[in-house]
Design a protein around this ligand. Sequence first.
Ligand code: DNO
Length: 360
Amino acid sequence: MNMTWRWYGQDNDNIMLDHIRQIPGVTGIVWSLHEKVAGEVWEMERIREVADQITGKGFSTAVVESVNVHDDIKIGLPSRDKYIDIYIDTIRKLATVGVKVICYNFMPVFDWTRTELYKELPDGSNALFYEKAAISENPRQMVDRILQGAGSFTMPGWEPERLAKLDELFAAYADVTEEKLFDNLKYFLEQIIPVCEEVDIKMAIHPDDPAWPIFGLPRIIRSRDTIRRMLDMVDSPYNGLTFCTGSLGTNPENDLPAMIREFHDRIHFAHIRNVKVFDNGDFIEVSHRGKDGSVDIAEVVRAYHENGFKGYVRPDHGRHLWGEEKNCRPGYGLYDRALGIMYLLGVWDSLDNATSKGVE
Ligand code: DNO
């Protein structure tokens, strides 16, 4: 596996590439042009500038997370063709700077959703939390509360410009059923996958987080069956997955190691993190260690190892430790993600050693 780290850019992250170089095993930077809103053109000059910063420190630029999909494509409006052309233009440009995987999502209105950013854990650290009951509140109130909590930090998927138009967005999605959303995803993939095949970039859809519909909006990448349907819809290795254990793990019915064994050759990017799911369906993000949460992370790593996984991996979110929440982007601090990497590499290396000694 290729270990990576999500970085928000030179002027947008307090964690520098020089910090990341000191975390053992990290070979690639997961990047994006974070200033871009969905549907905007990505200029070649700006792409090259960021790619050069990354390669200048010896990292690979292979994974972009995300190129966000414009709502008109998800809703299926006639204007979608214009936005698909812009998307294709971005794919072609990214191919010229060594990009091999693009992570994206097809969630209506909200990307990953939490109801609290700094919920305290018993050990005094704090982490992103989702309270099921709070989702019955007015979405506007929830969005305002979360954006305010994040302070000056931008959060991926929570673009204030887009969320300012919440009422309009909800109205535009009013007729978008689960079936329609699948159709619109198929339409999008049918246009872009031939280009991906040509320029050798694999698309990796991110599952819905949490793995169920919220605020009455359909969410379609949430289980073994919905993922199977999505992969079969356009049956090309270039139509693949970002397999996020933190998102799919919010539903205890998802058997994550079994899903990895089934989908491993279509998983191009693995987000590995843990969540603790409570009986009432609330969940909180916890350390990567399997014993701390509801996802058996060691078993997850074993499922990848068994299949000789060669894709990209990142530790995804982390808790906020040692007071760092005062100065870090929610979910994207330094310490817990670095600890997570060491846990993942530790499990991987011990499996390597055991297999090379013929133990398994
Ligand atoms: C959250 C991330 C998501 C992810 C998008 C991909 O921290 O995992 O925002 O990047 O869903 O488009």
